[in-house]
Design a protein around this ligand. Structure first.
Ligand code: PMP
Length: 407
């Protein structure tokens, strides 16, 4: 493996050169959103200065080049997740919209009263609430895969949750609150033995490891551009062609139709059937730059570097008296959640912020996870490939200072 050139990477991210509260920024809130390299930032300006035009509509030059660039991103996304067809890649606003699309459209068509949906105990709210809304509407029920004290899903219980009424199973690839990497290939195979399709939330996976939808044989995969060094307001719903074709559209509007009359409307083909209205064109185009950036570094190198950093940060933090890790799974990625008994995560976060260190505190949009561990929240440090061991040291020093003040 070619080692990562960390200096060069850091130089690509202008925001990493700034100070916060008079201290060099140390950004450890990458699970919430990643920073952007100048290649992506420049592409945004280039789009508005040279290309701005609506897509899939005009005959004129600008409309053609922006349409082409938007569709280039779709093909980059297809290659990035190794989808069989480019029309299996639906460009959405982000993970949340992608999950809502599946819950709504697959739910409308295939889920009825008394049917069952399997979800895991470690889901982000965006992979719980859309299914609960469907349950309210249709009278279906959620079955929850529990987890153990390390924050690992119980696969024996998972297997026992399937019944003839199970219509879909959904779980996250990597937990945003705990960092657990779930054994998703095994879990998908189990679901398929019961002829149940799977939606995989890859919002915390695609920026950290190579994801191959065909190797996984996953039915739906969702993720967000802004967590993978791309712009906000764009994301992906991958779906197997047959499933997407069988589902009704999500929203009605421009682009998603073939012909409209007041008597009858026919829908467009994939992917446009699910892309009503003007998309976030600039974000869509510039997400392509983020993919190029990741590909150039190589996800295997990124993973190797981040795994080393995770091991280092875990070891260093475990030396700090009072730190109790929440989530100690055997397979983890880039997230360290912890509490210090006798302190509130928020207070630690505020003191770290004064030192220029950005972490997230609270429930991380995963309240059931906090409930499982009997805590109101954690301090979460989430890593990206531009973080360094020196930054970990800064955080550890900052934490020690915070604890001196708080305890
Ligand atoms: N799922 C997971 C695992 C996440 O970490 C997040 C973002 N924190 C989401 C879903 C929601 O993503 P977005 O807010 O970009 O729609």
């Amino acid at each position: 493996l070619k080692a990562i050139n960390i200096e060069k990477i850091r130089a690509d991210f202008p925001i990493l050169q700034r100070e916060v509260n008079g201290k060099p920024l140390v950004y450890f809130d990458n699970g919430a959103t990643t920073q952007k390299p100048k290649q992506v930032i420049d592409a945004v300006a280039h789009y508005y200065e040279q290309m701005n035009s609506n897509v899939h509509r005009g005959v004129h030059y600008l409309s053609q080049i922006s349409t082409d660039a938007f569709e280039v991103t779709r093909r980059k996304l297809q290659a990035f997740i190794h989808a069989e067809h480019e029309h299996e890649v639906i460009i959405t606003k982000g993970t949340t919209e992608s999950i809502n699309m599946v819950a709504t459209c697959y739910g409308r068509k295939f889920i009825g009263e008394g049917d069952e949906i399997i979800v895991s105990a470690m889901e982000h709210h965006s992979n719980i609430v859309p299914w609960q809304m469907l349950c309210d509407e249709k009278g279906c029920v959620l079955k929850v895969i529990p987890m153990n004290d390390r924050g690992e899903l119980d696969l024996d219980v998972y297997k026992s949750l399937f019944s003839s009424k199970t219509k879909i199973a959904t779980f996250t690839y990597v937990s945003n609150a705990l960092g657990t990497i779930n054994p998703v290939k095994e879990m998908i195979d189990i679901a398929h033995e019961h002829q149940v399709p799977v939606l995989l939330d890859a919002a915390q996976a695609v920026q950290h490891m190579a994801v191959d939808v065909q190797a996984l044989d996953v039915d739906f995969l969702v993720f967000s551009g802004h967590k993978m060094y791309g712009p906000t307001g764009v994301g992906v719903l991958y779906g197997k062609e047959a499933l997407l074709n069988a589902m009704p559209p999500y929203q009605g509007g421009g682009d998603m139709i073939k012909e409209v009359s007041f008597e009858k409307t026919t829908y467009n083909e994939l992917p446009f059937k699910f892309e009503a209205g003007t998309p976030n064109i600039e974000a869509g185009i510039c997400l392509g730059e983020a993919i190029d950036y990741l590909n150039e570094l190589g996800l295997e190198q990124i993973k190797a570097y981040e795994d080393e950093l995770l091991a280092y940060a875990t070891a260093e933090l475990s030396q700090v008296e009072g730190v109790r890790f929440i989530g100690t799974a055997a397979q983890k990625s880039s997230v360290i959640s912890f509490v210090v008994d006798g302190t509130h995560p928020y207070d630690i976060g505020v003191i770290l912020d004064k030192l220029g260190i950005a972490v997230r505190t609270g429930h991380h949009c995963a309240q059931p996870v906090m409930e499982r561990f009997g805590i109101p929240g954690t301090v979460r440090m989430s890593l990206a490939m531009y973080n360094t061991k020196a930054e970990v040291d800064t955080l550890v020093e900052g934490l020690k200072r915070a604890l001196k003040m708080l305890l």
